[in-house]
Design a binder for this molecule. Structure first.
Ligand code: IVH
Length: 665
């Protein structure tokens, strides 16, 4: 008879196999519905039978919600880069050089150069035990928890004939479609956009929260095996074998014996790469035999047995007609070039970013200039230079404006920042409208209106800020075009319903710079009401996990402005939730009330950030340096001797992680 354990194992095997079919082979076997059903059954059984817990179960790929500090890990073999070439001539040189050094026949493996972020994976007895970023090539960040959420990376290998211990390297990628979705969402909530899928992939791998990483749908291609007991001498043969263990290995890979074959591969993929779901920026050529690789050796930066041939970034030349300056919700001013329309990688480009004042100055760009536009990996094309040789008549020099194009206020530029801002946050129309749009958006107060309605209200003089929404009556909106009894009633109801939106979302709705959804949650958990948050000083803010200098300063700055405080006060009076609700508070205790902690050393049961959260959740305070106010030092391994000595002198209690966990049990 099938026991529960058998059923759990069968489900795990089946789901892993389906994942492999879906994410690696791109051949889904069953419907999403059917798949979800299997997954739900497994989740249910695992929840009922924690004794069968397995960290490698497919259910664990969703990523836990716990924050992890990255630990630095030294690479067993340094992660070198490749030397780049840009012409067929240089490829020929590489071939001739290799031929001369080896003085025997050799094979060259051609692969695509994937444009993501590199990763090193270590497998022991067929189980993924570590994933490390490239870092400074000698040591990188241990991002295992995040990498475990990438569905095309096997947690357990298929079959049995893999080496007991080996490393495999490859690229973590964000597919174009996922990248575009993500940027669309970020644009909606006015978060900064990722410039290209590479930045998005590496940014995602460095997130502190594996659950968010899981939602970003990263993909991977593996392209390099390392270890003592690899099955073959040939790199190509090893990669194919690795494919049978469950890794995603590209099919765009070819073993060549002549230069002609290499050039054929390059020419083919230079065109065909446009149809790939992920970004590529060149071709990698590798000598196939490990014995010959050893023979050719390495320089300090890169192997002598491989080179990269980089595709030309697509660029076009066109005329600059004029420059606009756009003001966003936060007041940031972006210069945008209006161009003579030009065809670039399949789309017509009319507008391109001119970045910022420094770059405009550097280009010394004038109206009427012929300039170069590139699309590269970016969605927004950019100007990359000016063809000064083609300048016959000199138009007006482009200068960054001094005053806001919308409200006339003199622009400011903070020290060390490249961006100009309009500081008139409460009087500048696009900023006001942008702020209200953000306030009503789905992840904030979820009030049922879009940007057109916000515009309409603003133009009719009905609203000057978000708080005015709560003053509106059905009669007011009924006077406007396109409004009827029913829609007006729905709107008023939706405004009323927003009063039950929880504190963290109301905080997010304020649109404080750098306070996105996650940060807002963090702040709400650490400061149980907005009054507490407004009273917090810099020191208190940065002790909250994930809140760094930039965010802390932005929060302080926001509340230092009188009109912001007035806005909050008004919202509070209308009934917007600015305190943690009873049920949210219930997860909290006051076991550590009034106690101040300093965390020092490294821990084995939880990460430092998790301890920070635990201290906060239980009512304690967490500070960075030992002082007379410190009650406890939560000491891990390798606690600094200076700290230890100071603590002993001041007779501060030093507790271990086990003792700490007992305190909050
Ligand atoms: S092999 C020692 N193969 O390019 C050789 N690298 O500048 C190790 N890359 O850091 C790299 N596609 O992130 C190799 N098919 C491929 C690649 C590839 C992309 C990246 C990788 C590496 C960088 C080298």
């Amino acid at each position: 008879m099938e026991t529960i354990k058998d059923r759990i194992e069968a489900l795990r095997k089946r789901i892993e196999k389906l994942n492999y079919g879906y994410y690696v082979l791109s051949k889904p076997e069953i419907s999403d519905f059917e798949f979800d059903r299997l997954m739900k059954e497994l989740e249910h059984l695992e929840a009922e039978h924690p004794e069968f817990f397995d960290p490698n179960s497919p259910t664990q790929r969703v990523g836990s919600d716990i924050n992890k500090n990255f630990v630095q890990v030294e690479h067993v073999y340094p992660m070198l880069s490749l030397s780049n070439t840009y012409s067929e001539g240089e490829v020929t040189d590489f071939y001739n050089r290799t031929s001369k050094s080896l003085n025997e026949p050799f094979e060259i493996v051609c692969e695509l150069k994937y444009d993501g972020t590199s990763i090193s994976l270590t497998y022991e007895n067929g189980v993924l035990i570590r994933a490390v970023t490239r870092g400074d090539s000698v040591r990188g960040d241990d991002v295992t928890a995040n990498v475990r959420t990438i569905k095309s990376i096997p947690l357990k290998l298929h079959g049995t004939n893999y080496p007991a211990l080996f490393e495999i390297r490859g690229e973590v990628l964000m597919p174009w479609l996922v990248f575009e979705d993500l940027n669309r969402e970020r644009a909606e909530s006015e978060e900064p956009l990722f410039a290209n899928p590479r930045n998005a992939a590496s940014g995602t791998l460095k997130l502190q929260n594996p659950a968010i990483v899981a939602s970003r749908r990263l993909d991977s291609y593996l392209y390099y095996l390392l270890g003592e007991n690899l099955p073959f001498d040939g790199h190509y043969e090893n990669l194919k074998k690795a494919g049978s263990w469950g890794f995603k290995i590209s099919d765009a890979i070819k073993k060549c014996e002549t230069l002609e074959e290499v050039f054929e591969f390059i020419a083919y993929w230079d065109k065909e790469r446009r149809n790939l779901p992920v970004a590529t920026d060149g071709i990698v050529l590798k000598i196939n035999s490990a014995r010959q690789q050893l023979n050719l050796g390495w320089t300090s930066k890169s192997p002598r047995w491989a080179i990269a041939y980089k595709f030309q970034a697509e660029s076009a030349e066109t005329r600059l007609n004029s420059v606009d300056f756009q003001v966003g919700r936060t007041g940031a001013v972006t210069p945008v070039a209006n161009l003579e329309p030009v065809l670039l990688s399949g789309t017509i480009v009319k507008r391109a970013s001119l970045h910022n004042a420094d770059i405009i100055e550097n280009f010394d760009i004038h109206i009427g200039d012929l300039c170069y536009v590139e699309k590269g990996g970016e969605i927004i094309p950019k100007i990359t230079g000016v063809n000064k040789a083609a300048r016959f008549i000199l138009g007006d020099k482009v200068r960054f404006i001094k005053n806001c194009p919308e409200c006339g206020t003199p622009l400011v530029r903070e020290e060390g920042e490249a961006i100009h801002y309009c500081p008139n946050h409460f009087g500048c129309p696009p900023q006001i409208k942008g702020m209200v749009e953000h306030f009503v958006s789905r992840k904030a107060m979820y009030i049922n209106i879009g940007s057109e309605t916000v515009n309409q209200f603003y133009n009719a003089g009905l609203i000057k800020n978000a708080a005015d929404l709560y003053e509106l009556k059905a009669e007011d909106v009924l006077k406007l075009d396109r409004w009827a009894e029913k829609s007006a009633r729905n709107f008023i109801e939706s405004v009323h319903e927003s009063l039950s939106v929880p504190y963290d979302r109301a905080l997010y709705a304020l649109g404080i710079r750098y306070v996105g959804e996650t940060v807002a949650k963090r702040l709400a958990n650490a400061f149980h009401s907005i009054d507490d948050l407004m009273k917090a000083d810099y020191e208190q803010l940065i002790t909250v996990g994930e809140i760094g200098e930039v965010i802390a300063r932005s929060v302080l700055n926001y509340f230092s402005i009188e009109s912001n405080r007035r806005l909050v006060e008004r919202l509070k009076n209308y009934g917007v939730q600015f305190t943690l609700r009873e049920d949210e508070l219930a997860e909290k205790t006051n076991k550590l009330n009034g106690q101040t902690f300093v965390i020092s050393g490294t821990f084995s049961l939880h990460s430092r950030d998790e301890y920070k959260v635990l201290i906060e959740k239980n009512g304690g305070k967490n500070t960075s340096s030992v002082s007379a106010k410190t009650d406890y030092i939560l000491a891990g391994e390798n606690i600094g001797p200076a700290k230890l000595e100071k603590a002993m002198k001041m007779e501060i209690k030093i507790i271990s992680e086990v003792e700490f966990l007992k305190m909050i049990e």
